[in-house]
Ligand binder design. Sequence first.
Ligand SMILES: [Zn+2]
Ligand SMILES: [Zn+2]
Length: 503
Amino acid sequence: MLEALALAALPVLIGGALAPVAASAQEAQALPARDADLTLTGTITGMDHQSYQRAPFTMPEGVDRLVVAFDYDGREEKTVIDLGLEDVNGFRGASGGNKPHFTIARSDATPSYLAGPIDAGEWALSLVVPNIRQGVTAEWTARIWFLQGAEAQMPPSPTAGRGLGWYRGDLHMHTGHSDGSCDSEAGRRVPCPLFRTVEAAKARNLDFIAITEHNTTSHAGALYEVQQYFDHTLLIPGREITTFFGHFNIFGITSPIDFRITKGGVIGFDTIADRVHELGGIVSINHPGLPSGELCMGCGWTMDNADYAKADAVELVNGSSLASADRNPEGIVSAIPFWTKLQSEGFALTPLGGSDNHDPDAHDLGAVGAPVTFIEAQDLTPQALFDGIRKGRSFIAIDPSARPLHLDFSAAGGGKSARMGGDLQLARALVRLMPDVQAPAGSVVEFHDGGTPIAELPIADAPSGVDVSLDAGTHHVHLRIRSGSGDLLAIGNAIRIDVARDE
Ligand SMILES: [Zn+2]
Ligand SMILES: [Zn+2]
């Protein structure tokens, strides 16, 4: 009987560029920007009233994410087609009539569907027809995308469309999906649900956060579900690759990554970084200023043979580390010496900040959004923020309550100029440094060449800039803003300045 019904609605397989059904603006953001890989269509009639249909399709090898958009006509005549999905093993979820599109990956799925492996073979849409009137005919269309690799990493974000700006965020935090915890309603210590961290981020007006669980991807499903509710806070899937020889964050990846680095083994920092880049993500070395030992195993950075050309960024300020040490971002666990040493070796890593929060109810340094990382990006999307990181457009506000606060600068000489994150080649030693800063009254703007202060200006005089003379050779000049009482308020990325050697 079922077979006969399936015949009545035999899907027509059409590859590629069939005219898509009318897409709403919301759909345009939620679906891949390119044409579907497969379009199934079918017809139901009054004969199919109260029937179950099955529309099979072949799942190719190597698919990392499935996206389905489903539509049908005849709603004005009370035709209803409910949707579900079968994979090679059977039931994979059912969304009834409430979701016009859904996605499934190993790590996450639209609520109603089950995340998990996408095995090649025969899959099928399950169509349920609770109602179609006698004499009525309705057409249905399912557009199907088979995504792989970089294209498959993250579902689209509802925060897109904000345009160019400096966005505020926190790129390092943990929830109950790794070792984050909080008090339950009755005061029990429990693995903290992820939405509590997102609420804390929203309360602190963050534009973006990355949830970076230790070595797992189990949070990707919760992130995807929660993202649908938070229109204004971008949730970036992250992971803290946690090894015996140091920790590093990877951003924008939901695929599994083997983290088991051993001395002399096949898996190393370089191989993981290569895979992350292949998938379109970002690699950032975490808290390299921490010591390693039995108090914090593998926390310091002792990675052998790391190619730092494969590191996009470094966590220059880690809130939780500071809170557990001397609270000083230039103090005993500072990552600044690591950063400037790599600069002197020719590696320009973009500085980022992270709270390393493990409890959304925490306040003070290490709370969600303490510190804040600012990234200049073309839009509030993961890829735009990643481009901003690649261009080096970042600064870190250590105390998020310091207002106003902005940090950027340019360097100019010999008719050329560069912005923070850029490069400048000069024939002569004289360079003009122009801060673009805002800070509380009484603050001081300092310029540093690597680890060495070379100039400073009271905040009131910042708009006039300062001329400095640099020796022949390569310099990495960055800017720090310090409060009137001497506390570091903000630190930004450098401009690399090459001064030609005297002939
Ligand atoms: Zn860590
Ligand atoms: Zn961490």
